[in-house]
Each structure stands twice: as structure tokens, then as C-alpha cells.
Design a protein around this ligand. Structure first.
Ligand code: SF4
Ligand code: SF4
Length: 426
């Protein structure tokens, strides 16, 4: 427990007015065993020393105060007990960052400390699953990257096992989760239709069947689970489901892309050399100050594509891509994305965003280059691969049926094309 309390300590607490003050007399987060007194428009804990601006009962404060902004909470569907983090705390992003290096295994919480779910809570970990919660689902919002990764990190190499794959679309799609039959089930809703953007994890026939019943109660779209690996699809077929290979993703050996040695990589190497002739090249971590200049090359990329697009459906997909890129540029940390920017002088030549899927595999979700700089795309990709020394493989996703993209990805000599399958009921 001490590890958790250590994470909550911050210099920001000194000037913060969130803790110990409440908007109502009996809030969900009321310190247990203490009363609140009216102070102007708000209510303040009776143990709060307003003159000294500190807790007068600090060493004996209740457990919920000790762990705040963490809270032990019921999930939205009422079926689980969760460790949650309150996003109202201005330091919550710093805590989320530190959580990556914190071992949460074996945490135990005193009985009777569980409170009701708050909309501002970010799920961190399921502590106990004690029911099914009926048809109710739990909303999955941006910032739940730590929670998502606790289930899917190190479970495969498909791009959909990364949190950004899903959440970059939440301008059109809402995401939900639920523990069904012991498996983590991710649901998405676009318009009125629900589906599973990933099969239940761990996969089980029983979890799929229960999802099918739940989906039948939510919409008329039936059971479809997307982004299954070949192994899961094979097992689903044995269990009586229909499975179909819908696309493929390109997996490369990182060292080959970082070195670009030999005849296979002649063209990519040449393009990198062309770009290298530019002066004052910098390749560095994406920062919020890069947003405007990266958005400019994104718009240039979009306008160029729109000019060449004839079909309504392609235009619609381009619009979605534009919004997904904008989401990546405006909130990379919340989506769990790592970004890099390539510049020559003060001009952005390219940017890229991706995320680790496992200890050895990194997925590149976005790469946009400035058409004014020949070879910028190849250069930014090579530099990223050079930097990711801990990774063995790079997934660059599929080709969306675009022939030119497929040819370009083939040229980099993938070590494997990962099949992506869809599972439905026969
Ligand atoms: S809300 Fe967060 S930053 Fe503010 S006092 Fe509480 S723990 Fe500290
Ligand atoms: S007990 Fe102390 S820390 Fe807890 S709400 Fe009251 S004043 Fe704040």
C-alpha cells in the first residue's frame, strides 16, 4: 500500500484546492467517519485547518484520504471492484506516468472502503470481479491506457492490441469494457451498432457466447469480433464460430529497417540519402509545441489526397484519418502514443506516432511526411527504428487495399504478414 501512497505525493498539492473541499454535503468521496461543514459555496472536511491550509488530522486521516486520488470503487456496471484514479486531481497525469514503473501486484485494501463509481475516475486495475452486471457496460475513455495495457500488453503482435488503435477513433466511436466469464471484453459502438473490436481476452467459447447474448440485447448487429489473430481464429473455428481472414499486417525485423543494408533496401537507402542532403536536420520527441507545424503538414497531406480521390467512400475514410491524426497530435500521452518529429531548420519534414505492443514489438500507427521533402518518410521511419533498440519487431499495420501502399510495404521485406481475422456466429 505504501507504494501507492508514495505515488500520490506531489508538489502540486501545496497550491491545489481539490482535496478536502466538496461541492455537496454528502459526496461519494466524503472522507469516511468525518463530517463536512459549509464554507461559502462549498463544503469542507471538519478536519481541515482553513487557516493553515492543511489537514489537522493528517497522521490519523482515513484510508480513503491516504490513497486519494486513487480510490477503491465499484465499476460502472457494478460487477467489479476497481482501483481507480480520479482525473480531477491535477497531478493524475504524472501519477499515470509513474504507474508504468510501479508493481501493483498483491495490493490489498481494507474491507468496506469501496465507494460508488464517479464519471471522473480512470480505471487502473480490477481488484475483484463478483458478478456480471447484466447488460450494463463500463465506459472506456482516453487515459485508460494503463488499464488496457494491463490486459493486452505482451499478448501478440497485431496493431489492435494497442490502446491507440481504438481510441484514435473515439470522435466517431464509443468504447466500453466488461469482464465476462473471466475475460476482458472490449465493445465499440458506432451509430447504433455494437461489436467487439477485439475477441474476448483470454479467448473462450463461453465468453464469446455470453457476448453474443449481450450484443443481441443491445443492438440488431449480432456478434462480430474483429482483429483476431490466426491462433484465436483457429480456436474459434474449432468452437463452432465462423472465422474469415480479412486483412494482413506487415511485420519487420527492426535491425533490418534501422540498417537498410544490401540490395533489398537500395531504394529506401537512396531516399534517406536524398533527405540527408538537407541542412540542419533534427529528429526528436514530439512535444505539444510541435502541434501547429505538424497540423500544417497533415492538412497539406489531406488536401493532396483529397485532390486525387474520386470516390465518396475514400473521401469519408480520408476524413476519418484526418481526425485520427488530429487526435494523435493533440493528446498523444492520453492515447498512449510515442511521437517523433523530423525537421530541417524550423520546418517539419515528417512526423510519426506509435506504441509498444509488447516487450519486443512496436507498432507504427501514423507517419505523415511533407511532400516538399523527398525521402522524409523513409528517413523518419529509419530513425525511429534506429532508436527503438529494445524492440525486435516493427509492425506497420496493413495496406487497406491500396496497391501503392502494399507495394511500398513489400519493398521493406517483411519477415511475416500477420493474418487479421473476423469471428462471427455461423
Ligand atoms: S487533488 Fe491531487 S494535487 Fe490536489 S491536493 Fe489532492 S492529491 Fe494533491
Ligand atoms: S481528513 Fe484530512 S485529508 Fe481527509 S478530507 Fe479531511 S482534511 Fe482532507
Amino acid at each position: 500500500m505504501q507504494r501507492l501512497i508514495e505515488l500520490t505525493k506531489s508538489d502540486q498539492c501545496k497550491d491545489c484546492k481539490v482535496c478536502c473541499r466538496f461541492p455537496e454535503q454528502s459526496p461519494n468521496l466524503k472522507p469516511s467517519g468525518l463530517n463536512l461543514r459549509k464554507t461559502g459555496e462549498t463544503f469542507t472536511c471538519e478536519a481541515y485547518d482553513t487557516e493553515a491550509c492543511r489537514c489537522a488530522a493528517y497522521t490519523k486521516r482515513p484510508f480513503d484520504c491516504e490513497i486519494y486520488p486513487f480510490a477503491v470503487s465499484k465499476s460502472e456496471d457494478g460487477a467489479c471492484t476497481l482501483l481507480a484514479l480520479d482525473s480531477l486531481c491535477p497531478n493524475h497525469e504524472g501519477i499515470l506516468y509513474k504507474l508504468k514503473e510501479t508493481d501493483l501486484a498483491g495490493l490489498e485494501f481494507p474491507e468496506g472502503t469501496e465507494i460508488a463509481w464517479e464519471e471522473t475516475f480512470i480505471p487502473i486495475r480490477v481488484l475483484k470481479n463478483s458478478g456480471n452486471g447484466g447488460n450494463k457496460l463500463n465506459t472506456l475513455l482516453n487515459e485508460a491506457v494503463f488499464f488496457f495495457r494491463s490486459y493486452f500488453f505482451n499478448t501478440g503482435r497485431l496493431s489492435a492490441l494497442g490502446f491507440p488503435y481504438h481510441m484514435i477513433w473515439n470522435h466517431t466511436t464509443s468504447y466500453f469494457w466488461k469482464i465476462i466469464n473471466g475475460s476482458f471484453c472490449l465493445f465499440s459502438k458506432t451509430g447504433k451498432d455494437y461489436c467487439l473490436p477485439l475477441p474476448p481476452y483470454p479467448y473462450s467459447k463461453e465468453a464469446c457466447n455470453e457476448c453474443a447474448v449481450l450484443l443481441a440485447g443491445l443492438s440488431s448487429s449480432g456478434f462480430t469480433a474483429f482483429n483476431a489473430s490466426a491462433e484465436t481464429a483457429e480456436q474459434a473455428a474449432k468452437d463452432g464460430f465462423a472465422s474469415c481472414r480479412t486483412s494482413e499486417e506487415f511485420l519487420y525485423k527492426r535491425t533490418a529497417l534501422a540498417e537498410l543494408k544490401g540490395d533489398n533496401y537500395k531504394a529506401a537507402r537512396w531516399l534517406c540519402n536524398v533527405f540527408e542532403k538537407n541542412s540542419d536536420i533534427s529528429f526528436r520527441k514530439y512535444e505539444s509545441s510541435d502541434l501547429t507545424s505538424c497540423a500544417e503538414i497533415l492538412n497539406a497531406w489531406y488536401n493532396q489526397k483529397v485532390g486525387k480521390t474520386k470516390y465518396e467512400e475514400d473521401l469519408r475514410l480520408l476524413g476519418h484519418s484526418l481526425n485520427a491524426n488530429r487526435a494523435a497530435l493533440s493528446m498523444p500521452e492520453k492515447l498512449g502514443l510515442t511521437g517523433r518529429v523530423l525537421r530541417t531548420g524550423s520546418t517539419v519534414a515528417a512526423y510519426t506516432f506509435g506504441s509498444a505492443l509488447s516487450e519486443d514489438t512496436f507498432c507504427v500507427y501514423f507517419e505523415i511526411s511533407n511532400p516538399a521533402f523527398k525521402g522524409a518518410g523513409q528517413y523518419v521511419f529509419r530513425e525511429l527504428c534506429r532508436e527503438l533498440i529494445a524492440c525486435k519487431y516493427i509492425n506497420t499495420m496493413g495496406h487497406d487495399g491500396i496497391e501503392g501502399l502494399k507495394t511500398a510495404k513489400e519493398l521493406y521485406k517483411p519477415v511475416e504478414k500477420l493474418g487479421v481475422y473476423t469471428i462471427t456466429i455461423k
